[in-house]
Design a protein around this ligand. Structure first.
Ligand code: DGJ
Length: 767
């Protein structure tokens, strides 16, 4: 049993964690423990003692208990105005017009699975168990249901709250979070993912000092604030120590607060952002919050990540593609942008096929007057000049090449220059008395309106049912403006989920990739519908190490769209080796974002070889047990993915130091007793990159600008030395001493020419 209740003590157990709370004499719920698994026993040592209180304490009921001060007690939920001055999870104007509220235990029940939510997507339940604790305000018939769903194997407890108004008078919600969790202070470091377009998911670490750290976004979950957050106790590393993780199954605007109070307690609250939020609840109405996902690991950040990865793969992502290896795709966006014709697309598809791609994706620009980003959004009529045989004709031709066909949509937005906007200007979100604010020249359609949702569902569904479409990329390229209030933003998200449900639930065979100007809406709400999300428009592998590495804290590799593009890179101008672009994208839902005709023949041949290798490691990379390996060197990033018989190790040198000729690679998680074969994936070196340095290994001098060098570069390559060993797991885990790196003292074909941005991909197979 993962949930047990006895004498007011509530106990939730996962495989590696225990969560305990107990009713106090007044009926509040006192948190006793969330963390390391502990056996059943007397919890007295887990309770804060209350012999006396501090000088500025507000006493809850002085006559009944002169030292009972809510500010000093770790609580499962807290009200307002009764002496707890920490961040409240709720702000509600009660029937008497005041914000004072005080929720006390009323009843509880345990259900199997996860009780169905009415408005929002949720985890899938299955063999989980749910504890529902009902609390009632001390004065008014206003009820609060706290849901705790326990996923034992994944080490996850999800929490959410529902407010029910049984009072005759309406109540007004100003703020209603999904959970509130109080922990003891352990000198935590708070980790969040933040920043901007093409720089998504950067890891931000802040020590928690007295006061509050806020992680939030406005509108929907955004580049500038992913809803996920981690708390690492003092001393925790990638592999050791206590780490808590928090996320939300929600794509709307969110807020998570972490507060360290004077009493040495840490309160975490998370849920819908209270920004401009006003929600009236009449008698008999209920408000449900998004489901929050909590995990704890004593195995460091990797332990936390692995819990989240298993949970997302097993309980969040669904549909036929839930656990299927993602097809290798070629997307036409960076190859063509808006300029294409059927023939050019088919040429691209054919070339992709030759390289080993399995899916061709037609991105933006196929409909209406969409020849730039200033027109066409909102319309669904195919551009007959570009696609004389329509989408159906293109799809069939792509299928005949032996590839699946995928299509881009951006259904939530509208350009003024579109037939839809001319017909229904009132469908766009704008205020009647103010000039609208545009983003990427477009407005957002009001998904709170049924006729707007119907329009999208009908048009997208019609295309999906008449064309052979196996994959959809659902884009959303602007932030919300001109909204009325936070309640509208929440209703928009509910409308958005309804649209996704109506389109994709009946078509589970479609692989859906979410996208919002890159990784602007990378969240668990999306992942209840989309099996993968485009992680960023930035495909520079060195930037992707940060983006995918950051995302890997909370999301599995299978969910991250990652493509190989051209170098120098279009946003960073960085010139990275093809092998590194490939190796980093291999830790993702892999694809190509380039025109193969911009590669030399030998680059194409090399890429084809890499894609061939990828098919042999893709399952491990996408669904294996993923870990970030600490290297101790800020310029060496190492990841590892492990399936039953195979381990894939990626090692990237972001900056190559001079005179470092001995390198050691550490591998983890092998069986010490078993024997393994290790081989390094090919790492081609294209000769033009060496310029006149070639004179050191050739009998003649070739100028870096000579035609000869360019001609040679087209057809010939050198190869970095490829490591290969057969050894026990114990020996490999003792550190693999690599062949020497080039440091300018000579050349041998048994050395690594590992300069800046170079990488090494190792495949270790159990024999
Ligand atoms: C933004 C996406 O992130 C890109 O991949 C591409 O689909 C463009 N939108 C198309 O407009």
């Amino acid at each position: 049993m993962s949930i047990t209740v006895s004498e007011g003590l509530f106990r939730l157990d996962t495989a590696e964690s225990t969560y305990l709370f107990q009713k106090t004499a007044f009926g509040h719920l006192e948190s006793l423990h969330y963390g390391r698994k502990i056996p059943v026993g007397d919890p007295e040592s887990l309770r804060f003692k209350r012999e006396l209180t501090h000088g500025s304490a507000v006493i809850y009921d002085e006559q009944a208990d002169p030292v009972y001060c809510l500010d000093d007690i770790p609580l499962e939920w807290s009200g307002v105005g009764k002496g707890d001055f920490r961040t409240p999870p709720i702000e509600i104007r009660m029937p008497d017009g005041s914000f004072t509220c005080d929720f006390l235990l009323d009843s509880y029940r345990v259900e199997s699975g996860a009780p169905k939510m009415e408005t929002l997507p949720q985890s899938t339940g299955g063999e989980a168990q749910t504890l529902i604790v009902t609390m009632k305000d001390a004065v008014f018939p206003v009820y609060l249901d706290l849901y705790y769903t326990v996923y034992e194997a994944e080490n996850v407890i999800t929490r959410r709250a529902v407010l029910r108004n049984e009072a005759k008078e309406p109540v007004l919600l100003r703020e209603m979070m999904s959970y509130s969790l109080d922990l003891c202070d352990r000198s935590y470091t708070v980790t969040t993912l933040s920043t901007a377009w093409i720089r998504e998911a950067q890891v931000i670490e802040r020590p928690l000092k007295a006061g509050t750290i806020v992680n939030e976004s406005i509108g929907h979950s955004q580049h500038s604030g992913n809803p996920a957050l981690a708390l690492a106790a003092c001393g925790a590393t990638e592999n050791d120590g206590d780490v808590y993780g928090f996320n939300l199954i929600y794509s709307g605007n969110h807020r998570t607060t972490v507060e360290l109070s004077a009493a040495g307690l840490v309160r975490v609250t998370g849920g819908v952002n209270p920004h401009c939020f006003l929600w009236e609840l009449k008698q008999g109405e209920r408000f449900e919050t998004p489901e929050a996902v909590l995990t704890y690991s004593c195995r460091g950040k990797n332990g936390m990540s692995q819990n989240f990865h298993a949970f997302v793969q097993n309980r969040v992502v669904r549909g036929d593609w839930q656990k299927q290896e993602r097809p290798i795709l070629i997307n036409d966006w960076e190859a063509c942008f808006f300029q294409f014709r059927q023939n050019s697309l088919l040429r691209l598809a054919r070339q992709g096929k030759k390289l080993g791609c399995e899916l061709f994706v037609l991105d933006d620009g196929w409909f209406g007057a969409r020849n730039t980003d200033t027109a066409g959004l909102g319309d669904y009529t195919v551009n007959p000049k570009k696609l004389p045989n329509g989408l159906e004709g293109l799809g069939e031709r792509v299928n005949r090449l032996g590839m699946r066909f995928g299509l881009w949509f951006e259904p939530e937005n509208v350009n003024d220059d579109s037939d839809l906007y001319r017909a229904h200007p009132d469908w766009a979100i704008q205020r009647p008395n103010r000039a609208p604010s545009l983003g990427r020249h477009q407005k957002i359609l009001d998904l709170t309106r049924k006729e707007v949702r119907d329009y999208i569902v009908e048009n997208v569904s019609k295309i999906l049912d008449t064309c052979p479409i196996a994959y959809v990329k659902w884009d959303m390229n602007r932030k919300v403006s001109d909204f009325t209030d936070g309640a509208f933003l929440h209703r928009y998200v509910i409308g958005y989920y309804e649209v996704l449900s109506r389109i994709f639930r009946p078509r589970p065979q479609i692989l859906l990739e979410g996208c919002a100007s890159g990784g602007g809406r990378f969240d668990l709400g999306q992942l209840c519908f989309a099996q993968q999300i485009w992680a960023s428009d930035d495909t520079d592998p060195i930037e992707r190490l940060k983006i995918q590495g950051g995302l890997s804290l909370f999301y599995p590799v299978s969910t991250m769209g990652a493509h190989v593009s051209l170098a120098p890179h279009q946003q960073t101008l960085r010139n990275t080796p093809l092998s590194t672009r490939f190796a980093v994208a291999a830790f993702g839902a892999f694809g190509l974002e380039l025109d193969p005709k911009d590669l030399t023949p030998i680059e194409r041949k090399s890429l084809k070889g890499m894609l061939n290798t990828y098919r042999k490691i893709r399952k491990t990379c996408q669904f294996g047990r993923f870990s970030r390996i600490e290297t101790g060197d800020p310029h060496i990033v190492q990841w590892q993915a492990q399936s039953e018989k195979q381990t894939v190790v990626l090692r990237v040198k972001t900056l190559a130091p001079a005179a470092q000729w001995n390198d050691v690679v550490e591998v983890r998680g092998l069986d010490p007793e078993k024997t393994y074969a290790l081989r390094q994936v090919e790492s081609p070196l294209f000769v033009s990159g060496f310029g006149t340095l070639l004179k050191h290994i050739l009998p003649v001098t070739i100028r870096s600008y000579s035609h000869l060098l360019l001609a040679v570069n087209k057809h010939f390559r050198m190869d970095d030395y490829r490591e290969s060993y057969r050894a026990s797991g114990a020996q490999l885990m003792a550190g693999i001493r690599l062949h020497r790196s080039f440091i300018g003292t000579g050349y041998s074909d048994k050395m690594h020419m590992q300069g800046d941005y170079s990488s090494m991909l190792l495949i270790i197979t159990e024999e």
